[in-house]
Design a protein around this ligand. Structure first.
Ligand SMILES: *[C@@H]1O[C@H](CO)[C@@H](O)[C@H](O)[C@H]1NC(C)=O
Ligand SMILES: *[C@@H]1O[C@H](CO)[C@@H](O)[C@H](O)[C@H]1NC(C)=O
Ligand SMILES: *[C@@H]1O[C@H](CO)[C@@H](O)[C@H](O)[C@H]1NC(C)=O
Ligand SMILES: *[C@@H]1O[C@H](CO)[C@@H](O)[C@H](O)[C@H]1NC(C)=O
Ligand SMILES: *[C@@H]1O[C@H](CO)[C@@H](O)[C@H](O)[C@H]1NC(C)=O
Ligand SMILES: *[C@@H]1O[C@H](CO)[C@@H](O)[C@H](O)[C@H]1NC(C)=O
Ligand SMILES: *[C@@H]1O[C@H](CO)[C@@H](O)[C@H](O)[C@H]1NC(C)=O
Ligand SMILES: *[C@@H]1O[C@H](CO)[C@@H](O)[C@H](O)[C@H]1NC(C)=O
Ligand SMILES: CC(=O)N[C@H]1CO[C@H](CO)[C@@H](O)[C@@H]1O
Length: 886
């Protein structure tokens, strides 16, 4: 058959009819509807003003163009809108009913915006919808019952809005629901019993609403329920058996309701429960026994109920526990020792119960503990003296309101994470031990005595929010600086022998230092001194005795083990601070040589010029640094002396290990050459000194917690002992880096000219890179014999630049000439072969050290190596040098 040139009339009619029908059903025109609906949706979400950033997110949503390319819109292959992803865009406005026209939508995520208004009932037209996330908005209105038409809905998250009314029963018809999250709304009424019928329900969060009535008996019967949270509602009744028997439930949170009854027997024996929180309810009766070992339970929180009886020893079988919180109940009896078997326990609280007896020692060995709350019971006994070492991670220690006695262990100084210490209302005696940077310290209502220690004034206590020392037997003046400057954070009343001139502290006034009263003061101070000397003598003896007993126990340099010196001792040792005994003068004080009749026989005594601005701070910084450090290449502090001189002036001094070879500066100074060749350092000594300094800095930067920055590293602060071993000293500008990654704010002086890192000049903050820079400069100085402050280094030329220009080709021209000469003398030249080998070895080492010095003193802090790398390198250079120069 030939095709006709004109179509038959019938065909035309059919075709035309078809064509008029076609546009309505073609994807193109349905898509056009989607475009219009999307634009409509935008008009609701856009807050009106198109220039605001809120509409910026929807700026691609414009008339014309392909809406499948619009930001946040995804399409089906038929070019229908399938997904809207507009979470966290600060969208305002409301969701308009036109959303119901986007009938191909499967996912909507508008979470974390500022959307107000209601959820339009038209949303029920979206029968393809599987995911609806409107959480974290400001939606009001009820949850539309029409959602029940969304039979494919798997996730419905509406938490944190202002939704009102009841949970629609019809939601039970969304039979595919897996996650239903309606927490943090204003929902009222009962939990619909129908929700128990959702077969695939896995997560049900209804917490923080005003839901009332009982927990529906079948809730938990879904074979897939893993997580249930109903906390913070007003639910009553008991725990339905279904929940306890669930073979899938991992998290059960029913806290903060009015639930009651005894705890179901099987509750703690579930082989799938991972976390149970039933706190803040009215459960009563005993804590159920645990029959099985190796259960997965990690969180057991039963605090604030009316549970009674004793703590079952079988709880020790819950070996996976990290949190065991049983506070605020009526538990009696003793603390079972078996709890010490829970080796991963982090938070453990028994506060506000009726427990008695002593704390089992095993509990103090659970080294993972960060929180230990034993307060408000009837417990007695002593805190083990090594608590700071056995609980190294402890952050909060609450033991108030018991009958604990003995001393507050000095080892708490080692608990570097400790921030909250509450020992009030016990019978602790003795003095306050050194503590690290704390947030709250309450030692009130004990029998503590002695003066209020100065370390509490130091900068590391500036974050202290509460220091309560009231109702003890403390004596002497209340310090005035640091946290004591803020009377709202310090409580000292009820200490008969404390004095203060601050009217807010309500204590007897301290004797004023006005000229009229100076004489009285003099007498008082003398009497006080006699008392102190006597007290010191006896404590010194006690300490010596203790030391002998406990030499194997590692301790930090705390005042507990320090020898104590009075003003008079130091006065005598320095022949009345005679200038002839001065061995060094610094910005904040002078260093004297002191001769003592007994140990240490000879010491360096650093006396602070307290009238100098910053001297007091520097003393504190130094005490704080020395207290927290111990390393063979740091100058050792023998004692700290903080008292008054006979004129009533404050007197602060440090008694330090004496270094017979003085400071490195003296050895590097150009004048050193005047002492003759013997006066200069051998290359070997220089390599050793470089390694010693690197070891000290590596320790401060990487092994101290928090890390320390020396901030004033220079040759005059490097001291040499009898064996020419170097010790870094002078911590007067030291800073603790509480945030180890970055830096502390910078107050006061920044170090010394020539050795300060260039970035400090530009207002940069103190950081460990600054010390590394100073170290680099010292290396270059040792190698070249040139002082960085030498006159020749003016204009653009610095010591570093000078070395850099010569490195590596003309390095010989700049190295200290005496190096080689001295080296030959030192070892005596026997065969020229040997000598060559040595010289070559030395040159290689010198070359490597120069390269390292340059790297450490790089202009940009981020180009400098870290101190532990530096130490590794110097140590290997040293080893190589000494193995070829035996
Ligand atoms: C179908 O869509 C096209 C293109 O957008 C439009 O020109 C046409 O008028 C639409 N037809 C109907 C019946 O809406
Ligand atoms: C939302 O607003 C906050 C506060 O104004 C702003 O910090 C944030 O960058 C905004 N987010 C977006 C995606 O615009
Ligand atoms: C939904 O689309 C229809 C046409 O398909 C239109 O009449 C109606 O106005 C739209 N609804 C909304 C709320 O935009
Ligand atoms: C809802 O969306 C927010 C933002 O994208 C997301 O963080 C959250 O996990 C989502 N909730 C669910 C249940 O998927
Ligand atoms: C429950 O989930 C299973 C597995 O994904 C699925 O096959 C089943 O259809 C779901 N049940 C309902 C009622 O949606
Ligand atoms: C408990 O729920 C109420 C009501 O939603 C809320 O205001 C409150 O902040 C919630 N409390 C806690 C501790 O979550
Ligand atoms: C647990 O503690 C108890 C009592 O301290 C002890 O007898 C037992 O051996 C410990 N170890 C285990 C694994 O239960
Ligand atoms: C001290 O502790 C006891 C025992 O826990 C308690 O009864 C008493 O009220 C507490 N006193 C103060 C002042 O806190
Ligand atoms: C979504 C899901 O995992 N559903 C499961 C719920 O439990 C039943 C019975 O155990 C399973 O068949 C489903 O697959």
């Amino acid at each position: 058959m030939k095709p006709s040139s004109s179509p038959s009339p019938l065909l035309l009619v059919v075709l035309c009819h078809f064509l008029t029908l076609l546009p309505r059903y073609s994807s193109q025109n349905i898509s056009e509807d989607d475009r219009q609906a999307l634009l409509c949706l935008k008009s609701g979400l856009a807050s009106g003003d198109d220039s605001t950033s809120t509409t910026g997110a929807l700026s691609t949503w414009r008339d014309g163009g392909d809406f499948c390319q619009w930001c946040g819109v995804s399409c089906t292959t038929a070019r229908r809108a399938a997904g809207i992803q507009l979470a966290s865009l600060n969208l305002t406005g409301r969701i308009l009913p036109c959303v119901g026209n986007l009938t191909s939508l499967t996912t909507i995520n508008l979470a974390e915006n500022l959307i107000t208004g209601g959820i339009p009932p038209e949303i029920g037209r979206l029968t393809e919808l599987t995911y609806l996330n409107l959480s974290n908005n400001a939606l009001i209105s009820e949850i539309p019952a029409t959602l029940s038409s969304c039979s494919r809905l798997e996730t419905l998250s509406l938490w944190r809005n202002h939704l009102e009314g009841e949970i629609p029963r019809s939601l039970a018809r969304c039979s595919s629901l897996r996650e239903l999250m309606l927490s943090q709304n204003n929902l009222r009424g009962r939990i619909p019993v129908e929700l128990s019928l959702l077969p695939n329900l896995s997560v049900l969060y209804l917490s923080s609403n005003y839901l009332s009535g009982t927990i529906p008996p079948l809730l938990g019967s879904s074979p897939n329920l893993t997580s249930l949270s109903l906390r913070n509602n007003t639910l009553t009744g008991g725990i339905p058996g279904f929940l306890v028997n669930s073979s899938t439930l991992a998290f059960l949170r029913l806290a903060s309701n009015s639930l009651t009854g005894e705890l179901p027997l099987g509750l703690l024996n579930s082989s799938v429960l991972f976390g149970i929180d039933l706190s803040d309810n009215q459960f009563y009766g005993p804590i159920p026994e645990v029959s099985n070992a190796s259960l997965p339970l990690q969180y057991l929180i039963l605090s604030n109920n009316n549970l009674s009886g004793s703590i079952p020893s079988s709880l020790g079988n819950l070996s996976s526990l990290s949190y065991l919180l049983l506070g605020m109940n009526n538990l009696q009896g003793t603390i079972p020792a078996s709890l010490g078997n829970i080796t991963g326990l982090q938070k453990f609280s028994l506060t506000y119960n009726n427990l008695s007896g002593t704390v089992p020692p095993a509990l103090y060995r659970v080294s993972s503990l960060t929180f230990l709350g034993l307060g408000a019971n009837r417990l007695s006994g002593r805190i083990p003296s090594n608590i700071g070492l056995t609980l190294p991670n402890i952050q909060t220690l609450i033991m108030q309101g018991n009958q604990f006695d003995g001393q507050i262990p000095a080892s708490l100084a080692n608990a570097s994470h400790l921030q909250f210490l509450d020992l009030k209302n016990n019978t602790f005696s003795g003095e306050i031990p050194h503590l690290g940077g704390m947030v709250k310290v309450d030692l009130s209502r004990n029998n503590l005595f002695g003066e209020i220690p100065n370390f509490l004034e130091s900068e590391s206590f500036s974050s202290l929010q509460l220091l309560n020392l009231s109702f003890n037997n403390f004596q002497g003046p209340v310090p005035t600086s640091g946290v004591f400057g803020n009377s709202s954070r310090v409580f000292v009343q009820g200490n008969k022998n404390l004095c203060s001139n601050s009217p807010t502290l309500q204590l007897q006034p301290c004797v004023a230092s006005s000229s009229k009263r100076k004489r009285i003061l003099y007498v008082a101070v003398t009497v006080l001194l006699v008392i102190i000397v006597l007290a010191l003598l006896s404590t010194a003896m006690a300490i010596i005795y203790k030391r002998k007993k406990a030499t194997t126990q590692p301790t930090r340099q705390s005042s507990q083990v320090m020898k104590k010196f009075s003003y008079h001792d130091l006065f005598k040792a320095t022949s009345g601070f005679s200038p002839s005994n001065i061995i060094g003068v610094g910005r904040f004080g002078s260093v004297y040589r002191g001769i003592f009749a007994s140990e240490p026989h000879i010491a360096a005594i650093k006396v602070f010029k307290l009238d100098e601005d910053g001297a007091s701070k520097s003393f504190m910084a130094e005490c704080e640094a020395l207290r927290n450090t111990r390393h063979r290449n740091l100058v050792r502090v023998i004692s700290v002396c903080s008292t008054f001189d006979p004129k009533g002036n404050e007197f602060k001094a440090l008694v330090l290990e004496h270094m017979s070879n003085g400071n490195l500066e003296r050895w590097l100074h150009p004048e050193a050459k005047k002492y003759g060749i013997e006066g200069a350092l051998s290359f070997g000594s220089k390599v050793s000194i470089a390694a010693d300094i690197a070891a000290a800095l590596g320790y401060l930067h990487n092994q101290c917690n928090p890390p320390l920055v020396h901030c004033d590293l220079k040759p005059s602060n490097v001291l040499l002992d009898n064996d020419m071993c170097a010790h870094v000293g002078d911590f007067g500008l030291t800073k603790f880096l509480y945030n180890s990654s970055s830096s502390t704010s910078l107050v006061g002086p920044r170090g010394s000219i020539g050795y300060i890192a260039p970035e400090y000049g530009m207002g940069s903050k103190m950081c460990i890179e600054g010390d590394i820079y100073s170290y680099g400069i010292i290396l270059l100085q040792m190698l070249t014999g040139k002082n960085p402050t030498d006159e020749m280094f003016t204009g653009g030329l610095s010591l570093r630049r000078f070395v850099e220009l010569a490195f590596p080709d003309s390095i010989d021209d700049i190295l200290e000439p005496s190096l080689i000469l001295w080296n030959q003398r030192e070892h005596g030249s026997t065969s020229s072969d040997n000598e060559n080998r040595r010289t070559v070895g030395m040159q290689t080492c010198a070359m490597q050290l120069t390269a390292l010095g340059l790297k450490c003193s790089s202009e940009s802090p981020k180009d400098r190596p870290m101190m532990d790398e530096v130490y590794t390198e110097v140590a290997s250079i040293k080893e190589a040098f000494f193995s070829t120069n035996k």
